[in-house]
Design a protein around this ligand. Structure first.
Ligand code: SF4
Ligand code: SF4
Ligand code: F3S
Length: 417
């Protein structure tokens, strides 16, 4: 659907397959972490960041070292961040992230030359700074956009220094090597594009498809707002390898949007067992049952909330609120937030549902690490009790009464394991 959004030139292949870390010359960080007078980020924090980022992006083993080495050799990437019809939530999400302070690390990797909210300069000086970057780094800068672009009423709904958003986006894209659309507003129009959409709000991709702005490699990071680690990981990948990670047909990185919120939801066991909260304060809700009948859109929403979590702690569904589908195209107009969603076909077959206790136990205790279908478990069911009770694997240290253990084994056997 979006050929122009596919990944662009790659430098990744040229990087050695060597996965040792001792060849990374951490003292030779001329441009990044060890830049003179910039002790903001320790080596340890930097390496931790690379390890976390490589793992979030599901890069192959050894990639953390490759990323650290690539980042250590990279120039700081010039970035112009444009904010159009938005609420500042996307920037807030990035800057309010917790330790290690993601935005501090990021700002060592990029040269954020223009950002309404974060820059010190104001007025004419700010606009002059942006124009200087567009000129000096033409063809090399990364454009980041949050907010949607109004196209109605001659663009009068939102202007910056007297220039309408569409015109500014067009000019900046001409100088950009690639563009990152951060948040659902920039990716798909989002809240400002809700019917009747009086401003004619559109996302960057639609404008490209209509030919109203120049086409550039585009990655969409929808979410209202997006998860900070998703933004930082994609930016770090761009700096390290000169391209975006693998994208889906909607231009979203597969590593973060390849699965639905439902796929790895912590309430999934209750869904499989048919236990649904009926109101927000009933016994089921208090017991953590599935929120499908309260309008949860998790089954149709691609985002990493169930695995990456917000601030590494929780997500809307775990906190007791249905997923609203904030990262999907049409978010807001699809509405019906608290109306029961149509249940997807159960992943598990009828015979599995005949052993609901075992299915629920599997989803509660095992699915987070082993996936929602148990077929990939390496251990045979008969060997499972010994493994689970050996205490050798920390994630296996949960207590199962004999009856529950049997229910789990029965379930694994009937599910073809
Ligand atoms: Fe605000 Fe959401 Fe739009 Fe980001 S995507 S600017 S958080 S409304
Ligand atoms: Fe979780 Fe919602 Fe799926 Fe229920 S419907 S398992 S609450 S994502
Ligand atoms: Fe959005 Fe749903 Fe995650 S509402 S924040 S995609 S749980």
């Amino acid at each position: 659907m979006i050929e122009a959004w596919s990944n662009d030139a790659t430098r990744e292949e040229s990087i050695s397959e060597d996965t040792r870390t001792d060849w990374i010359d951490m003292d030779a960080f001329p441009n990044l972490i060890a830049a003179a007078g910039s002790p903001a980020v320790s080596r340890r924090a930097f390496l931790k960041f690379c390890a976390l980022t490589a793992s979030l992006l599901a890069l192959p083993s050894g990639s953390a070292a490759l990323m650290a080495a690539a980042l250590s050799r990279s120039q700081r990437l010039p970035v112009v961040w444009l904010s159009f019809q938005e609420c500042t939530g996307c920037t807030e999400s990035l800057t309010r992230s917790t330790a290690p302070s993601i935005e501090r690390l990021l700002f060592e990797l990029i040269s954020l030359d223009y950002h309404h909210t974060l820059q010190a300069a104001a007025g004419t000086a700010a606009e002059q700074a942006r124009e200087k970057v567009l000129k000096e780094h033409a063809g090399k800068l990364l454009l980041v956009v949050d907010g949607s672009v109004p196209t109605a009423l001659g663009g009068a709904c939102s202007t910056i220094a007297g220039e309408d958003n569409l015109s500014l986006l067009k000019r900046c894209l001409q100088a950009a090597e690639a563009v990152l659309a951060v948040g659902t507003c920039a990716a798909f129009g989002g809240l400002p594009a809700a019917a009747p959409n009086p401003t004619g709000a559109m996302g960057v991709g639609e404008l490209m498809q209509r030919g109203w702005v120049p086409r550039r490699p585009l990655a969409n990071l929808p979410g209202c707002p997006p998860i900070p680690e998703v933004m930082s990981a994609v930016l770090a990948h761009r700096v390290a390898f000169g391209r975006f990670p693998e994208l889906d047909a909607q231009g979203r990185p597969l590593a973060f949007y390849g699965e639905t919120v439902h796929d790895r939801c912590s309430r999934r066991g209750h869904y499989e067992a048919g236990r649904f909260a009926k109101t927000f304060d009933d016994a089921g809700a208090r017991a953590g049952w599935c929120l499908l009948e309260l309008g949860c859109k998790g089954p149709a929403t691609r985002n990493a909330c169930s695995t990456v979590r917000w601030n590494g702690v929780s997500n809307p569904v775990e906190s007791g609120h249905p997923c609203l589908g904030c990262s999907e195209p049409g978010f807001w107009d699809q509405g019906s937030f608290y109306k029961p969603a149509k249940a997807p076909a159960p992943t598990l077959g009828a015979q599995d549902r005949s052993a609901p206790r075992g299915a629920a136990l599997y989803q509660e205790q095992c699915a987070r690490c082993h996936g929602s279908a148990p077929g990939k478990l390496k251990t045979l069911p008969d060997e499972m009790p010994a493994l689970l009770r050996s205490g050798t694997v920390r994630a296996h240290r949960f207590d199962l009464k004999d009856a529950d253990m049997q229910a789990l084994l029965d379930y694994l056997k009937t599910s073809g394991k």
